[in-house]
Design a protein around this ligand. Sequence first.
Ligand SMILES: *Cc1c(COP(=O)(O)O)cnc(C)c1O
Length: 230
Amino acid sequence: MGDLADRVAKVHERISAACRRVGRRPEDVKLIAISKTVPPERIRQAYEAGLRDFGENRVQEAEAKRPALSDLAVTWHLVGHLQTNKAKPARDLFHWIHSVDSQRLAEKLDKVGARPGDRLPVLLEVNLGEEAAKSGARQDEVPRLAEALSRLETLEVRGLMVMPPFFDDAERTRPYFRRLRELAGDVAAKNLPGVSMQELSMGMSHDFEVAIEEGATMVRVGTAIFGPRS
Ligand SMILES: *Cc1c(COP(=O)(O)O)cnc(C)c1O
């Protein structure tokens, strides 16, 4: 437990330092602990260390772990690719979905299991590196996608998400983070109903400081909190 509390404190310090460099407030950056492959006992310890937002990348894994954590007041984020046939459990299990990348998926999410008045906050995932192995919409598709989603009554588009190509030197991811922010500005300028571009989900363990300097409002941090994944 001690090691986890120390790591969480260290991450908070890094967030604050990055915010100071660019005149932002640390409370405007949400730390999401990415708990994929992490067992429930360890997630509970992270909760006890003060974390309240957790992210998983697979619906099935989240489903398996959740019963052991149902007493915690956690906000759960789905950050991994979502297949349309998992839309229903995803909607039941998660409070935020960061990985909406097609109109088809969004329409499925809109139809399944929403109660009247529900609006599920979602982010549009953008494949800025145009990497074949990664999910995400192409950047030129994003404005049209936002327009299509604007018509869906039980979803609320709150911003964009990116998983840029990996570079050892975090500084090299900066242009991608900057591009995501610009793209969010382009979409926001369309003033679509049900679409706001307040959230930028970007930055992981090795590059979240750069992401914060470029405007990240949500950072997704796994390794720096839980240690290396096996
Ligand atoms: C695993 C994962 C992260 C966290 O990565 P770390 O390098 O361990 O911080 C962030 N975002 C997504 C989508 C992930 O799958």
